[in-house]
Design a protein around this ligand. Structure first.
Ligand code: PEP
Length: 251
């Protein structure tokens, strides 16, 4: 059985005190769940990772929102995978569309980031997804395939087993527009088939593929009911503990 995952990407929201408080609220709610089989991940800003990690129980895992492409050295302002790992974090979001769009992160840079994460035992949550014009012109399958091929298909099967994929249609992120349940299943199945063609069916069946894009408590159930949707990468709705819990319990 592949892992169900709900990950909250806090983006550039929550200062230290607010982040610790939100993490404690989420931790309390998750700890009260009976028989929870969903991995819950919080991704605060770099600067708050250490304290957020200390504020939660072992029921919550921590992710960064980014990672440096280089191992160490004269890269002012960057945060290395080994620094992230040393806080107790287990995951690193890589290739979020905001990083691709606003910070010029190319597939080649993202591959370096993925390798840095894996070399430091951080599991990449690798984001892929098309913009609106690509969806409207029917290019979304090609776009997503290329992003996967160039971002993670250089990995060995053993390395790839540590990768979580997150399909996030850019037109649905923070817009209130969500992919329909059918659209999500269609492209998640395509992504799984793409992984199967490269690494084999067994690896593909074990790969968690998350949906992201205006997912909230009210639509999570419908999205997560699809056989190839293994959870969500959540932005706005991850900033309110009760709403985030409603997503976690959406399976
Ligand atoms: C995201 O940025 O990963 C995301 C899915 O954002 P939102 O849920 O706010 O659309």
């Amino acid at each position: 059985m592949r892992q169900k995952i709900v990950a909250g990407n806090w983006k550039m929201n929550k200062n230290l005190q607010e982040g610790v408080q939100l993490a404690q609220e989420i931790d309390k709610l998750v700890s009260e769940l009976k028989n929870n089989d969903v991995k819950v991940i919080l991704a605060p800003s770099f600067v708050n990772i250490t304290e957020v990690k200390k504020a939660v129980s072992s029921k919550i895992s921590i992710s960064s929102q980014n990672v440096a492409a280089e191992a160490s050295g004269a890269y002012t302002g960057e945060v290395s995978a080994s620094m992230i790992k040393s806080t107790g974090a287990e995951y690193a979001i890589i290739g979020h569309s905001e990083r691709r769009m606003y910070y010029g992160e190319t597939d080649a840079i993202l591959l370096k980031k993925v390798k840095q994460a894996l070399a430091n035992n951080l599991k990449p949550i690798f984001c892929i997804g098309e913009v609106l014009e690509e969806r409207e012109s029917g290019k979304h399958f090609d776009v997503v395939k290329k992003q996967i091929e160039q971002g993670v298909f250089e990995l060995s099967a053993d390395e790839f087993k540590n990768v979580v994929l997150a399909y996030e249609p850019v037109w649905a992120i923070g817009t209130g527009k969500t992919a329909s349940s059918d659209q999500a299943q269609e492209i998640h199945k395509f992504i799984r088939d793409t992984v199967a063609a490269k690494y084999g069916k067994a690896v593909a069946e074990e790969t968690s593929i998350l949906y992201g894009g205006s997912c909230k408590a009210s639509n999570a159930k419908e999205l997560f009911a699809n056989p190839d949707v293994d959870g969500g990468l959540i932005g706005g709705a991850a900033l309110v503990a009760g709403e985030f819990l409603g997503i976690i319990t959406g399976f």
